[in-house]
Design a protein around this ligand. Structure first.
Ligand code: ADP
Ligand code: ASP
Ligand code: MG
Length: 424
């Protein structure tokens, strides 16, 4: 008998019919002789709707209360799913993140899991029940307050439970047939990737491919949990995210590039006219880190000889934009910069592939493809297996499609299907 953890995303449980369909899938897995633990997201776009609602009553809702509100979305779907399973004659018990033993730090909205103590889940399984767990939430070890893990965090709940329960597999059910070479919503010719290594998937997730939450992939790599990403709307085999040693023919057949990711969620801040003195950059980024803001790309121009001043640009999550501007403005006189420029109409395109380590010319091909598409590159950053560029947000779709084509990733026949979801 195997222990299977299944996670169903919002589009898979968007309405009552979907909940009933998912219940049938779960019961089929149980009937096949497995112990089943299910992690469920909020129905459809519930989380976005709850955020909109919060913003209508307060422009900057207190983080503790926002978490309390958002976790309600997952409570609705977990209870409905347990009811639908009961209606099929099987016993299911739903648990909040806290009841399931998901212990986090106290950082509201982006809490980190520090321990998982799934005693009640084990008891439910031992008594023959199917356990349903609310995704994306936990309880703070220090404050005992309810926390959330950040948008898309139900994937991480699933992998963390799979690790704590020593599950055989973690299946992530979504609205596409797996991980593709680009988001099928903008590149219909994208191909499904049958197997992808943790490290490439990490770069894809970190570069904005929201098919998997970044921390879920980090967790899976650390505990060596195989993830099977697949559609809840079809029976097709999806994508296996596994250790690179478990990918056959890795060196011979593996494409140089595994995929193109894009991210529209970042913004760019330019600190204009920073005096070219020792320690200025350190002060700027200290201020931002004290405000708990994660910086992505950084570009510092050569200072103009005539003024002895320089501009420093960086990207950050757009959701932290206002906080960052306020924090920097507080130290304007201390640093002596001239002004701040803010642009949230940017997008990031990233090319990912372990093969680029040993293949020169990838960067040139990537930049040429973007140039030929008439798109201007504003910033560039690289890692060992990734190249990212920032472009105007309106150019994202064109640039992704151009890069995808340039590396021969387009499928001959369109196989990518988007079964549901609104792409919100
Ligand atoms: P869920 O609600 O199931 O968690 P998400 O919306 O978080 O689903 O993630 C699935 C979506 O991720 C897909 O509908 C697709 O638009 C998007 N996506 C982005 N990049 C990729 C990619 N490389 N492969 C597959 N899907 C991708
Ligand atoms: N419901 C949460 C969100 O929309 C968590 C998740 O779906 O993973 O971000
Ligand atoms: Mg998701």
């Amino acid at each position: 008998m195997a222990l299977v953890v299944q996670k169903y995303g919002g589009s898979s449980v968007a309405d009552a019919e979907c909940v009933k369909r998912v219940a049938q899938r779960i019961v089929a897995t149980k009937k096949a002789g497995n112990d089943v633990v299910v992690v469920v997201s909020a129905m459809g776009d519930t989380t976005d709707e709850l955020i909109d609602l919060a913003e209508q009553v307060s422009p900057l809702p207190p983080a503790r209360e926002l978490d309390m509100l958002l976790t309600a979305g997952e409570r609705i779907s977990m209870a409905l799913l347990a009811m639908a399973i009961a209606n099929l004659g099987h016993e299911a018990r739903s648990f909040t993140g806290s009841q399931a033993g998901v212990i986090t730090d106290g950082s509201h909205g982006k809490a980190r899991i520090i321990d998982v103590t799934p005693g009640r889940i084990r008891d439910a399984l031992n008594e023959g029940s199917i356990a349903i767990v609310a995704g994306f939430q936990g309880v703070s070890q220090d404050t005992k307050d309810i926390t959330t893990l950040g948008r898309g965090g139900s994937d991480t709940t699933a992998v963390a439970l799979a690790a704590a329960l020593n599950a055989d597999v973690c299946e992530i059910y979504t609205d596409v047939d797996g991980v593709f070479t680009a988001d099928p919503r903008i590149v219909p010719a994208a191909r499904r990737i049958p197997r992808i290594s943790y490290e490439e998937m990490l770069e894809m997730a970190a570069s904005g491919a929201k098919i998997l939450h970044l921390r879920c992939v980090e967790y899976a790599r650390r505990y060596n949990i195989p993830i099977h990403v697949r559609s809840s709307f079809s029976q097709k085999e999806g994508t296996w995210v596994v250790d690179s040693d478990d990918i056959e023919g890795r060196d011979m057949e593996q494409a140089i590039i595994s995929g193109v990711a894009h991210d529209r969620s970042e913004a760019k801040i330019t600190v204009v006219g920073v005096p070219d003195k020792v320690g200025e950059a350190a002060t700027i980024f200290r201020v931002l880190s004290d405000a708990e803001i994660n910086i992505d790309m950084i570009v510092q121009n050569v200072s103009a000889a005539s003024t002895g001043r320089t501009d420093i640009s960086f990207t950050l999550p757009a959701s932290d934009g206002q906080t960052a501007l306020a924090a920097l403005n507080k130290v304007k006189d201390e640093i002596g910069f001239e002004s701040l420029r803010y642009d949230d109409r940017i997008g990031k395109i990233s090319l990912i592939g372990a093969g680029m380590r040993s293949h020169p010319g990838v960067t040139a091909t990537f930049f040429s493809a973007i140039a030929d598409a008439g798109v201007n590159i504003e910033m560039i950053s690289t890692s060992e297996i990734r190249i990212s560029v920032v472009v105007a947000q309106d150019d994202v779709d064109t640039a992704v499609a151009a890069a995808h084509r340039a590396f021969d990733l387009d499928a001959d026949q369109v196989e990518a299907v988007v079964y549901g979801g609104t792409g919100r």
